[in-house]
Design a protein around this ligand. Structure first.
Ligand code: NAP
Length: 484
């Protein structure tokens, strides 16, 4: 199947932090791929900005090198790269100073969509928003995109929201969580709300429990200092896992419109029961044969920050009463996997005389990575003679196979940036949503800090601490193996 490309309207996209890691690794290569696909119209332009004293020619060189470094050769034909680089300009601005803003204003056009992408530290969001307004660079129709982390706790998230809302309306603000740009995440909504097959079963009567796993095989080396101030809860659960939980658990919105979807997501967070201490496991990875321990990576031998967390959540509403959601995420685990597993209840009465031993039952597995796709685990008759014996098979749909390699190559950033240009906020977090998620996470983190308890150790390449396995065992359930 060939993806249908609908060009967006002409735009000027200003990227602050255009020389940084994220811009070079994801944003600009992603924009190049959109350009190559024909989605960027003739009049679309990208204006990079940072403190580095480049001119546009030097900036194009930097981005040309980044495209070469981060995209496979087959995806970057030289002609297309040259044509794309022609669309780039550079303006030298220190976000904390007042020079350069008039140069930026002078090159922006009035008849195209004006977007500012803040790929810089959140400590600069307020300063940039203020200067965009003060120097009259932002117009009432302009859009502003901000990167994660959006706050460190509820107070800092509120302060960031206030900083942005002083100069921009909520309808102009796009808070990125790149998990929401993944094809499978959007497909979760299509699966639930565009089919009649699953939604009637999508409740506590038919679903035994849900597992959300975001496992990484790498440690925190390289950014250990930053990570040690954050931990798995702040870095992954409060944002990415919470978003996946919301999309899985939310009520059907009345329409697929930004505020209808986001209203339903906020309701899920508000319905979460307080989490009992025995329903949370925090872990830290030990040293492996060749790998450093968490303490060494974090350069903090006394660290109490978790590199792994697993928890059992209860959503106190009619749909989910009695169906727990188990979340886990961690570093240096067995494999790099992100998936949602919806485990259905057993049939009410088994008519077959030889029910399969070790039968796991029906499950819908929604894979975000490595191979985005959906698997439906079903029970069938074991083929061949020998009576009515049962076995389980996975009906697998990997999007790359089903939809072709063009779609497979797309990255979440590509989709999300095009959504910003289209003015569609559905896949971006609203201010109250971020605050609700911090409001939920803050007391848990405060409780850990008060108790001073150390996270439990786990082995490199494992599925996390034993205690996390017990979290399900004691309920008579099992985690889906990581990297199954
Ligand atoms: P980075 O590599 O440190 O880049 C920061 C960028 O900001 C550079 O272009 C830097 O260029 C510019 N900058 C710094 N101070 C400035 C100032 N006063 N005025 C104007 N520009 C300034 O950081 P990054 O990894 O790209 O991350 C950027 C943001 O994205 C952060 O909020 C980060 O948390 C978030 N994020 C990053 C990733 C990732 O994979 N890297 C993933 C998710 C979210 P000059 O030094 O030339 O000014």
């Amino acid at each position: 199947m060939v993806a249908r490309v609908i060009p967006v309207s002409p735009f000027d996209l200003v990227i602050f932090g255009a020389t940084g890691d994220l811009a070079r690794r994801k944003i600009l290569p992603g924009l190049f791929l959109r350009f190559k696909s024909g989605q960027m119209p003739e009049k679309a332009r990208i204006i990079g900005s940072a403190r580095s004293d480049f001119d546009s020619a030097e900036f194009r060189k930097v981005i040309g090198a980044a495209i070469e470094e981060f995209l496979d050769e087959e995806h970057r034909p030289a002609e297309a790269v040259t044509a794309f680089l022609d669309r780039l300009e550079y303006v030298h601005i220190d976000a904390m100073g007042d020079t350069g803003w008039s140069d930026l204003k002078a090159i922006l056009r009035d008849d195209v969509i004006r977007t500012f992408y803040l790929s810089v530290s959140p400590s600069l969001f307020g300063a940039i928003a203020e200067r965009l307004s003060k120097h009259r660079v932002a117009t009432p129709e302009a859009r502003i995109v901000v990167e994660k982390p959006f706050g460190h706790d509820l107070a800092s998230a509120k302060a960031l929201n206030a900083d942005l809302l002083r100069y921009f309306m909520e309808e102009q603000i796009y808070r990125i969580d790149h998990y929401l740009g993944k094809e499978t995440v959007q497909n979760l909504m299509a699966l639930r709300f565009a089919n009649s097959l699953f939604e009637p079963l999508w409740n506590a009567t038919h679903i035994d429990h849900v597992q959300i796993t975001v496992a990484e095989s790498l440690g925190v080396g390289g950014r250990g200092g930053y990570y040690d101030q954050s931990g798995a809860m702040r870095d992954m659960v409060q944002n990415h896992l919470m978003q996946l939980l919301c999309l899985t658990a939310m009520e059907p919105p009345s329409k697929f419109a930004p505020n209808s979807v986001r209203d339903e997501k906020v309701k899920v967070i508000e319905a979460l029961d307080p989490v009992a201490p025995e329903d949370i496991v925090r872990g830290q990875y030990r040293a492996g044969r060749d790998e450093p321990s968490y303490f060494e990576d974090a350069e903090n031998p006394d660290s109490r920050t978790e590199s792994f967390v697993a928890m059992k959540l209860k959503i106190a509403n009619w749909r989910w009463a009695g169906t727990p959601f188990y979340l886990r995420t961690g570093k240096r685990l067995r494999d790099r996997v992100s998936e949602i597993t919806v485990v259905f209840r057993d049939p009410p009465h088994m008519i077959f005389p030889n029910p399969m031993e070790g039968r796991k039952g029906n499950a819908l597995i929604i894979r975000l990575q490595p191979d985005e796709g959906i698997t439906l685990r079903t029970t069938i008759k074991e083929p061949g003679p020998g009576g009515m014996r049962l076995t389980e098979v996975d009906m697998d749909m990997t999007f790359a196979d089903a939809l072709g390699s063009d779609l497979h190559a797309q990255d979440a950033y590509e989709r999300l940036i095009m959504d910003v240009i289209r003015g569609d906020q559905t896949l971006f977090m609203r201010g109250d949503e971020v605050e609700a998620a911090w409001g939920w996470a803050d007391p848990l983190i405060a409780g850990w800090q008060e108790s001073g308890k150390r996270p439990v150790p786990y082995d490199v390449g494992s599925s996390g601490p034993e205690e996390a396995l017990m979290l399900l065992h004691r309920d008579g359930r099992r985690w889906r193996p990581i990297g199954d």
